[in-house]
Structure formats: structure tokens, C-alpha cells
Write a protein that binds this ligand. Sequence first.
Ligand code: PBG
Length: 323
Amino acid sequence: MFPTHRPRRLRSSETMRRMVRETILSPDDFILPIFVTFGKGVKKPIPSMPGCCQESVDEVVKTARETYSLGIPGIILFGIPEHKDETGSSAWDPGGVVQTAVRAVKDAVPELLVITDVCMCEYTSHGHCGVVEDGEVLNDPTLELLRKEALSHARAGADVVAPSDMMDGRVLAIREALDSEGFGNVPIMSYAAKYSSAFYGPFRDAAESEPRFGDRRSYQMDPANRREALKEVALDIEEGADIVMVKPALSYLDVISDVKENFDLPVAAYNVSGEYSLVKAAARLGWIDHDRVMMEVLTSIKRAGADIILTYFAPEAARLLNA
Ligand code: PBG
């Protein structure tokens, strides 16, 4: 009790604060999401995500080198294919954009971890994450497509596959497919608690994956639910997930914290496009200090319990941390 206890004593200088700091960010914490497109020499800025681009494979290789040299351990690839169709068939094309990028990056920067996002929405003409029949997204038929997609990524050399579709049973389906083809050592990072969020807005521009009709509420989680996240995570772990993800991050710090407390797997959190764009927009207007807000955001995600942070801020934050 005051005056015996004066917490300010431990805040008196930067050295003192460093000594008692509980959360320390490092470039090791980050994974950089990259949007891969077809063509050559393409680096097309994404207007709603300043600093992010759609990149052709040759450019992705350059970005991968730079990312690794900043001390960031990995990237996650999203594909923007040349052709979309009803079933999203280019998702498992061995010559598809993601598969080609995986091979090129593993060849150029073998130490960098290459994670692939496994989902149908970027490849289907209707923009939904699975097979659509009579306006409904069908669960079980989608699993077959996800198996094919994940396998094609593993064959290309992906270090980790990350299903983001939210179909029931997909982790087990993918695990079985990988194991049966000799990829028993490829881990699955599941988007276990993925919410149906308006914070994905800029990503859908970037990945050209906005659904043509309806929304994703019949498969992604209701933002109002907290306990349900524990159920989703438990199921994915039972099915064989190696890393579990909460997404988005900022409006779901309570969920990150719950997952960390209740399970012993590494926890990933996705600092999504809308969370990134809000900071960029406010900084452009001169309303906030960009770098300080960026670091505070990333620190809060780690403090909540994330072991891995997927973030478009990765290069900028790593540069600051390395300075
Ligand atoms: C899709 C996918 C989405 C994101 C990652 N994977 C979008 C969605 O579900 O609509 C969002 C990432 C972001 O907003 O940064 N499979």
C-alpha cells in the first residue's frame, strides 16, 4: 500500500523499464503475407493497403530474400490466379501461381519458411471458400478440393500448409492426404478460430476474393462468440493441427489469450488487412504516430499470447527492431 509501494520506481528510466519489460518483440515473431500473381516483373500496389503489392513470382523471390535478410523466419503465400472457375481448379494446378512461387522461393532462399494459405476463395468464380450448390457452400465435397490443394503445395515444397476455409473436418482431411503421400513431416497451421470479420475488406480487394453473393457467415465464426473458439481449436488439435491461429487479432485479443491459456500448441494470430489499413490511413491523415502505433499493436498481440504474428507490418517493424 502507498507510500510503501510506489510502482513508478520501476519506470524511472529507460534502462529500468528495459529490465522489467514483460513482452519483447523480435523479427522472429513475424510472418509476412505475400500476394502472388501471374506474369513477370509485376509489382502492383494495392491501394487500400499502402506498402503492399500483388507480385509476380520473380518479384516474390526478391521480397523473400529481403524478408529473410531482415531476420523474419517466414512468409505466407496467397495466390491470385489467371483464371477462376466454378470449382477453383487452378488451386491445385502444379503450375499454379502459388506452387510456382513456392518452388522459386525454396530454390532461392531455402532457409526461409514458406507457408501456403489453403483455401478456395481466391480461385473460385463465385468467391466462396468451397463448393457451391444452390447458393449453399457445401462442407464435405469441399474437403476433397482442399486435400488436392494442400497436397499440390506440399509437392511444390511448402514447409507448412495453412487451411483458412473453416470447413468442418478439413484439418483431418488434409493430414490424411499429406500422410498418405509421404508428407508426414509437413505441419498444419490451422486458422482454427477465424471470425466472419469486416476487417478482411482490404484483403478481398488485394486477393480479388470478395464473394459474388451472400457472405461467409455460414462457415466463419460469429464475432460475438468467445467460448466457441475453444471448441474450434480443440477440434482442430484433435484432428492433428500443429499450430492454431486466431484471426483477426486486435478485436480478438481475449480469444488469443483464452487459446494460449487452454492449449499447449504454438498460437498464431493474424493481424489482418483492415487492422493494417486503419493504422496506415490514420497515419496518412497525421492523426497518429505510425511507428509507435504499429509497435504497440504488435506488442499487444504478443502480450495477449501469440507466439507467431502474421502481419503486413513485418518488414517495417523488423527494420525498426534491427535499427
Ligand atoms: C481467405 C483468407 C482471407 C484472409 C486470409 N485468408 C479472407 C477471407 O476469409 O475473406 C484475410 C486476411 C486479411 O484480411 O489480411 N481464405
